[in-house]
Structures are given as structure tokens and as C-alpha cells.
Design a protein around this ligand. Structure first.
Ligand SMILES: [Zn+2]
Length: 447
């Protein structure tokens, strides 16, 4: 039995599967969509919630040195002046004088316009700020301009003092947040890899200057292991250190965890940056309120250094979906072979954990099947399906990554037992209904 990823897995394959099975739809599709925006469907929202829950469990729940916040998207615009975003959060942009399309200068490979083919028609590069602007209140003038946040991080910095005081925190400690961010990318694309509206999972870890490099290493290892433990294959992950010239304006050093897509090669999945004391210093200066910490050991005020692991929920979703995609030749009852597509998602990430499938729609199986479903629902995210042949229904569950299917057949009416079918091995085991919940739970936890 061979189990392999197709040689060249394209984003088109995933876009099509995502739409067909209810993971992700183009935003406002009936109006032709809108570039850089996507809607998560019934299965997508489950999987996305699972990713966020696993991140929160690992970063907050299982640690005693990290707490969470949930801040507003729109902040006082002075935040973005102090942080440097108004001045420097820009991409170089050129326009084609012929077709009027706009491109990122650093994404163009030649003097030829990729859309209209005109040669040497680009304008000089100009800096384009990636923050979305809007207005607060009824008057649309410069005094009322605000920004949709381009990162969640700044809310953790400006709340530093609130958290230290209210939660009686001592260094080192972290503040974590999951929330929406917005970037007016000139060229969004590659499915949900680069969106204009997206969700981030960021954590700012405040530590004493001098201990920052040790904590940087700690978080790099911890974050890499998180991806591996949730099933992303080791050979598709690597760590890359940023060159001096690609470092952000605030960073002393950044490592990217990268993922290898067939479709576009090694690409940034998560950044782990040493932001030094840049942000706390900047907001101290900008607000006139010192954001420092009184260190009882040395009896002095210090401005902590910050290590920041920053992961996009959507990008993480894409990597997990991409890495889980499998195609396999399997024998049919008629002695031929057919192709099976399945998602080898980690059980914690899979949108549906258990499918309940009566062998057929025969009315004798109905009541017991409904009882089994009612038994499982409080414990697991489930799906009940009795349409079409059992083989078709297994394939459908395989394609959405459901780890386990429970089948109720005519023997079940006599022996009070059902069959559990495993997504990856397709092996079937018979289990008594009274042991079903415990057995499923054990299997989902890898037992
Ligand atoms: Zn053009």
C-alpha cells in the first residue's frame, strides 16, 4: 500500500477541496469575490478554532508565566506613530503606465509587465503604507484618521503596565493574544498564505536584558516542536535566520520557521523575533508614561527585552491542510483500484472527530444509530451521515480528515457492538457500545 503526497501539490487542488467540502470559500463570492479575503465555512471554522485552542493551551494554559488579553482592533493612532508603523510599515510599489496595474517592486522579475506585457513602462518605486485607514466619528478629516491594526503585538506593549500591576507579574513573563489584523497587501495571493484580513497568534515574552538570547532559543525550540507535535512532517520544516538587511526596524535578530510547499518552495510560517526594548522605550517616549519594571533584586527600574513568537492562524491552517493531503491507490470490491484522497490531520486539528454511519438507510438500523449519535455528541464533534453507499461515505470522511468512523450494522442490533474504522489504516475493530466513548477517546489521543 503506497501512501504519498502527490508530486506537485498545487494550491488549486486545496482551493477546490476547501470549497467542495466546506472549509474555505472566496469572500462575497456571489459578487465575484474580493482579492485577499476569504470566508471559513462550517468545517473551516471548526479546524481554525482547533488550531487556536491548541496554541492557547500550549502558550497560556500549560504555562504559569504567560497570561492572555483580547484588545481592540482600533487603537489610539499615536500607538502607530510611536511604534514606527506610520513611517516605516511600507512596501516599495510601482505602477504600469500602460495597464495601470500596481505591483510590489521587489516581486517583479523583469522590466516586463506580467499582465499586459508592456516593457519598461513602470513608474519609479514609491513607498506604500500597508495599514488600512478609516475615520472615527462623523467627520472624515485628518484629525479623525485611525488605522485597523496591522499586528496584535502593540496592544501587549501598551498594556504592559496594566498586566504587571493587575496580575502581580515578575519577570520573565509573557502576554499572549489571538486576534484579527489587517494589511493592505499590494499583491495578496497563494490562497490564504497572504491575506489582507487575517488572524494572528502572538506572544510578547518580557525578560531581563542579557537573558534575551537564552529565551530566544527557548521559544524557537518550543515553537518548532509545537508544529511537529501537531503532525507537520519534520522534513517540511526548517529554521532560517534573517540576514541583517531583512530585519524589521525593531529587531535585533529574527528566526523564521519555514515550511516547504511544492507550489512555492520554502516560505515563512512563523517568525520568532528579538524585539529588544524598542517598543516599550518607544511607547514610554510617545506617551510620556515610562513603561519600565521595578526589579526588586537590583533595586532599579529596567526596561525589559521582548521575545516574540508570531504565527498567522490562516497560514498555520494552510500548512496543516497542505501537509495532511494524501492520495492513495486502494483496491475496490470489483478487483480494480481506485484513488482515495484523505487528509492525515492530527486528531486535535481535524474538524470532525467521529462520523456516525449506519450501514444503510434500512429502518431497523435507524433508532440504534440515532442513540449512538446521541451518546457521542456531548464528547466529540460528530457528523451523522446515512446518504449513499457506505464506501462513498467513508471516502467523504477521509477527504475531510475525520480520524474515526463508527458503523452500525445488523449485527449491532443483536450484540450491542459497533465497528470503528480508522482513517489512515482503514482497519476496522469491533467495540461494545458501552465501551465506545472511552475507546474513541483513547484512539483520538493516540492510544
Ligand atoms: Zn501593464
Amino acid at each position: 500500500m503506497t501512501t504519498e503526497q502527490p508530486k506537485e501539490l498545487t494550491f488549486d487542488t486545496l482551493v477546490s477541496l476547501s470549497k467542495r467540502r466546506g472549509f474555505i470559500f472566496p469572500s462575497s463570492e456571489v459578487y465575484g469575490g474580493i482579492a485577499g479575503f476569504w470566508d471559513y465555512g462550517p468545517l473551516g471554522v471548526e479546524m481554525k478554532n482547533n488550531i487556536k485552542r491548541e496554541w492557547w493551551r500550549f502558550m497560556v494554559q500549560e504555562r504559569d508565566d504567560v497570561v492572555g488579553i483580547d484588545a481592540s482592533v482600533i487603537m489610539n493612532p499615536k500607538v502607530w506613530e510611536a511604534s514606527g508603523h506610520v513611517a516605516t510599515f511600507t512596501d516599495p510599489m510601482v505602477d504600469c503606465k500602460n495597464c495601470k496595474r500596481r505591483y510590489r517592486a521587489d516581486h517583479l522579475e523583469s522590466e516586463v509587465c506580467p499582465d499586459c506585457g508592456a516593457k519598461g513602462q513602470f513608474t519609479e518605486a514609491r513607498n506604500f503604507n500597508l495599514m488600512f485607514k478609516t475615520f472615527v466619528g462623523p467627520v472624515e478629516d485628518d484629525a479623525n484618521v485611525v488605522y485597523l491594526r496591522p499586528e496584535t503585538a502593540q496592544a501587549m506593549f501598551v498594556n504592559f503596565d496594566n498586566v504587571v500591576t493587575s496580575m502581580r507579574r515578575k519577570l520573565p513573563f509573557g502576554i499572549a493574544q489571538i486576534g484579527r489584523s489587517f494589511r493592505n497587501e499590494i499583491t495578496p495571493g497563494n490562497f490564504i498564505f497572504r491575506d489582507r484580513e487575517f488572524e494572528q497568534m502572538e506572544m510578547e515574552y518580557f525578560c531581563k536584558p542579557g537573558t534575551d538570547e537564552q529565551w530566544h532559543k527557548h521559544w524557537l525550540d518550543a515553537r518548532l516542536n509545537w508544529h511537529k507535535n501537531l503532525g507537520v512532517r519534520e522534513e517540511n520544516l526548517r529554521i532560517r535566520e534573517h540576514e541583517q538587511e531583512e530585519l524589521s526596524h525593531y529587531s535585533k535578530g529574527t528566526y523564521d520557521i519555514e515550511y516547504r510547499f511544492d507550489a512555492m518552495g520554502w516560505s515563512e510560517l512563523e517568525g520568532i523575533a528579538n524585539r529588544t526594548d524598542f517598543d516599550l522605550q518607544a511607547h514610554g517616549k510617545g506617551s510620556g508614561k515610562s513603561l519600565s519594571y521595578f526589579d526588586e533584586e537590583s533595586n532599579e527600574h529596567i526596561v525589559p527585552y521582548v521575545i516574540e513568537p508570531a504565527l498567522g492562524v490562516d497560514r498555520c491552517f494552510l500548512v496543516m491542510l497542505y501537509d495532511a493531503y494524501r492520495e492513495q491507490e486502494v483496491p475496490t470490491a470489483a478487483g480494480k483500484t481506485e484513488q482515495r484522497v484523505y487528509l492525515q490531520l492530527h486528531p486535535a486539528i481535524a474538524p470532525i472527530k467521529v462520523a456516525v454511519l449506519p450501514l444503510s438507510r434500512n429502518e431497523k438500523l435507524g433508532p440504534l444509530s440515532k442513540d449512538v449519535h446521541a451518546l457521542l455528541r456531548p464528547h466529540f464533534m460528530t457528523q451523522f451521515d446515512d446518504a449513499q453507499s457506505i464506501g462513498r461515505r467513508y471516502r467523504r470522511q477521509d477527504e475531510i480528515g475525520t480520524p474515526l468512523c463508527v458503523t452500525i450494522d445488523f449485527d449491532s442490533l443483536e450484540d450491542n457492538a459497533v465497528t470503528i474504522r480508522d482513517r489512515d489504516t482503514m482497519e476496522q475493530t469491533r467495540v461494545r457500545i458501552e465501551e465506545l466513548v472511552d475507546t474513541l477517546r483513547r484512539k483520538l489521543q493516540g492510544g
